[in-house]
Each structure stands twice: as C-alpha cells, then as structure tokens.
Design a protein around this ligand. Sequence first.
Ligand SMILES: Nc1ncnc2c1ncn2[C@@H]1O[C@H](COP(=O)(O)OP(=O)(O)OP(=O)(O)O)[C@@H](O)[C@H]1O
Ligand SMILES: [Mg+2]
Length: 593
Amino acid sequence: MIEGKITRISGPVVDADGMTGATLYEVARVGNEQLIGEIIRIVGDIATIQVYEPTDGLKPGEPVIATGKPLTVQLGPGILEQIYDGIQRPLPVIQAQRGAFIERGIEVPGIDHEKKWDMKIKVKVGDKVKPGDIIAVTQETPAIEHRIMIPPDMPAGTVKKAVSDGEYTVDEVLVVVETKDGATYEVKGYHEWPVRRPRPFKKRLGSEIPLLTGQRIFDTFFPIAKGGTAGIPGPFGTGKTVSQHQLARWGDAQIVVYVGCGERGNEMTQVLEEFPHLDDPHTGLKLMTRTALIANTSNMPVAAREASVYTGITLAEYYRDMGYDVSIQADSTSRWAEAMREISGRLEEMPGEEGYPAYLASRIAEYYERSGRVVCIGSDDRVGSVTVVGAVSPPGGDFSEPVTQNTLRIVKVFWALTKTLAAKRHFPAISYLDSYTLYWEQLESFYRERFGKDFPELRAEAFRVLQQDNELQEIVQLVGPDALPPSERIVLEAGRIIKEDFLQQNAFHEADSYCSPEKQYLMLKAIILFYGKMREMYEQGVDIKAMIDHDIVEEIARMKYVRNEEAGKALKDLIDRITALKPEDFVIAAETN
Ligand SMILES: Nc1ncnc2c1ncn2[C@@H]1O[C@H](COP(=O)(O)OP(=O)(O)OP(=O)(O)O)[C@@H](O)[C@H]1O
Ligand SMILES: [Mg+2]
C-alpha cells in the first residue's frame, strides 16, 4: 500500500509526498477523514490530488493513501431514477444518512446492493459467450428493461454455470464463464468501469437517423442525428434550460442522462425539484423512469463538477451498449470548463486563453467524441447511440469566448440562443439565421419518407423567405414597410408567418409543447402554399392588404394549437381551403373586414 503525507492544501487540490509508485488517475483517500480524490499529477514522489469533497479542516501531515484503482462507476440495475453527485454517489442515500449535507469520506455505492431484482437468465450451460453478450434481463423501471452483459474487458468463453430465473441482488453470481485456457470468471448483476475510459464498440454507423424532438426549430430546420453532437450557447436567461428539458422530455431517445452543473444554488434546486415531477409523454410515466440525473450544486466542490461529465457519459455509454438510444445533456458545460480552470490555476499550470488551461480544447473534444451511433459489442450486433447535447453559458453572451469557440469546433449542430429574440419573447430564442446543422444531407431521405416527399423543398423555401425577410428588415427599419413594393411586402408577410406561427413554440402550452412530424410537415406546407397563393393573387390584381387581413391568416396562426391527434385532418382541410382560394374570396374578405 502506498501511503504518503499531505504537504500542501490549495482548495480542492492537495499535494502529498511519499507517493512513489502511485499512478495518474488513481483514486486516493485523503486525510484522516479519507476524503475521496483522484491523482491528477505526479512529480517525483509528490502526487497532486483533486479532492471531490470539501477540504476544509484538512491539515499538512495527514495521511494520503493511493488505492490503486481508477475512478469508476458501478454499472448495473438501479441507475435509472437515481440522482447522483459528480462521482456517482446517490444524493438521496447520502441525505438520508446525514441531513442535507454530504458527510465527508463516505463511500456510497452507486447502485443498491441489497435490492433484489427479478432476473430472467438468457444463457444456459454450454453456450458460447463473449463480451457484450446479454446474460440476463430485469425490469429496471416500468419503462426500461435492463440488460446485464458480459463486461467489455472479459475474455470470451463457455457458460459453465448459470442460475435459474429468480430474484437476485447485483452481488450474486449469475453466470460462471470458462475461457478456452480453462480459467473461469464470474458475472454478477453489475460491473465497474473507469469513467475516463470510453467503452468499446464494434463499429461506428452513419448519421442518417434524426433524434426527433418535437421542437419545430430543431426538427425542421436544424436537426441533430442520433449519435450526433449539438451545442446550445446562450446568454443568461435565454432558454438553455427550457430547451434542454424539452429535449429530455420529447426527444426520441429511450434513456436520458442529465448532468446539471449549477452556478447559483437555486439553479440546481430548480432541476432537482422540477425534474422528478416531469411527466414522460412517451410512456405516460414519470420522465425519471428512464433518466439518470447528475447534480452538481454550487456548494459541492469544483472537482466533483469536473468528474461529473465523465460519470454521465459513462452511464450513457453503458445504456448504449444495451442497444438503447441515449441522449446526454449537460447544462451547462461552461461550469465544467470553469472547474477545469480553477483546478488548473491551483496547479499553477501555464494558463491559455482567458485563464482556461491549454488542454481545454482537447477535453471538450474528447467528451463530445464519446457520442455516436454504433454497432455494440456482443454477438447480436444490436445498435445503440449516445447523442450529446451541451449548453454553454458564455459570460456576457459573448460567443467569441473560449468555451463556446472550442465547442463550436467540435459539435455538428449549433443552436444559437439570442438575447434579441428572447427580449421579443420569441421562444425558443434560437437564431434561425446563425444556427446550423451539418447533418441535413445525410438526414434528407429520412425526412422525405417520414415527414413528406416534398419536405426538403418546403424547408428550403422557408429558409429563402427567412433570408430575404432578414435583408428586407434592414430597409423596413429605415423607411417602413409601406415603402416596399407589394412583391416584397408579400415576403415580409410570409416571413412574419414563419417566425410567429411556425418557429415560435411555447414549451408550456399543452398542444404546442410537442409537434409531431406530421403536424410540422402540414404546418410548413400550409404556410408555403399560402405564400405561393399570395404571389399568385398579387399577379391577378388582388390588393395585398386584403391578403394580409384574410381570415385564413388567423387560421394559419392557430395551427400550432391544434392537438397532434387532430392535426392530420384539420391541417389537410386547411391546406385544401388555401389551395382553393380565388381572387374573389379576397375581395369579399376585405370588404367585410
Ligand atoms: N420554449 C419556450 N417556451 C416558452 N418560454 C420559454 C421557452 N424558452 C425559454 N422560455 C422562457 O425563458 C425563461 C428563461 O429560460 P431558461 O431558464 O431556460 O434560460 P437559461 O438560458 O437556462 O437561463 P440561465 O442563464 O439563468 O441558466 C423561462 O423561464 C421561460 O419563461
Ligand atoms: Mg439555465
């Protein structure tokens, strides 16, 4: 056993000497209270440890023990519905033990080791098995079947013993495997995995399936692929958290890992209080039944924040390996980067841009690179995915700062929240001009099939209108809309309709919060048809004011409030009526108004 002594304490960072033989990224127990930490630097016999618990009261001379084990998480049933701190300690368990404060040095297992799970055993004696093969399943929550697998780093072999179906704790041996050289190993209901090591897979797949979110600005204009990456930078109060919650609730991933990194205390309380009550529209159960929540409150040490994104992504990869589509959302990654900056400062490393460490870019890249839609290890070639979405909160809303810039370099989708739109109460306040997706080309055929044959053309037309509208707005600012020729006023009206009646979507409105693919398609189709109709009517001499005042414009504005189940019929009917509009309809409408 390697045991050293504390020589220096600087906030969450502790130096200890006498640590010869210790290795980088191994867990150390620090001080008389055995605080949990991780060795992040070794120089000579001095190890530098980042400590995941408050270090006040710690004194030089107290012992430090290197455990020889990397920072790991426990992977088995009982992760879902749980709320963890940054190193997978269940907050409710810790709180039950000691009020609202985490007692220091407590080692609490990430999953319940006493609970018995009703296991169905999937292998029998004599079966050939290899890493990734499912040996047992259990209903982890009413929403999700947990699949217990041969851990990735175990050798292939033959099942020598297998228990029968029944109730087992995660510590009980379910299967014994004999390898070809005669050795045996046991497989229990869980295994451990180091958080900083990506879990292996067989093969990366393309990005041709979107992660549908029910949010029109995302699905129709800037879609993300399953297994893809997206960044949501946004100034203070522009809708990062609401967007992330909408993605968690409505996104068609089966499992959600939500990493909350709060800066202000109440920010996390909001998540801790709200999240467990969110209903899951897909299953009719609580969203938590398919969610693992990782919470970093502002009173937790910064080092735990640094670890939390790795804990989160490892949990996400584990459910991916079972063959699920997983989405991991971090709100916000800026808090994680700030933790890196603080620790780096304590290490007295050479600071890079704005005081962030020089390795900021590579850490951000490594995190997002753990995304992907993959063929999982195991004999059945099941497919799973991890989609990574990170919010960024640039100080002062300045997107040129390092965290935003380094995120942009990596992610393939950029959802830019803007103050201007938020101030106009245009929600989601995502810029339709500055945002982008690099997945569209790969996703296009999916959209033709699922949304509508002509969907890509409708979308392209809507983009053109928004572009032209934006150019015209500059002139409007100077001379007012009436100075524009009618053909351009038609573009302005179409632009207004797209912005107000399509892009704006109220997360808190029962019918509008989620918009089905069919409804998105029909809404867009109705709008683009009406735009065409306005141009056609203008050619035939109809007055533009008569068009803008027509009742049908009001009906277009109400489309979003039509319930998804009724949208098919109601919007097709509206589309028929738009198609049938004739010049004389406008004359009458104008007179009666
Ligand atoms: N899609 C939406 N529909 C309706 N209202 C919204 C929507 N998005 C944001 N809002 C409004 O904007 C407010 C701020 O949103 P939110 O808390 O998500 O911002 P934030 O960017 O996470 O802020 P912070 O910087 O404080 O973390 C919400 O309380 C809500 O009133
Ligand atoms: Mg927020």
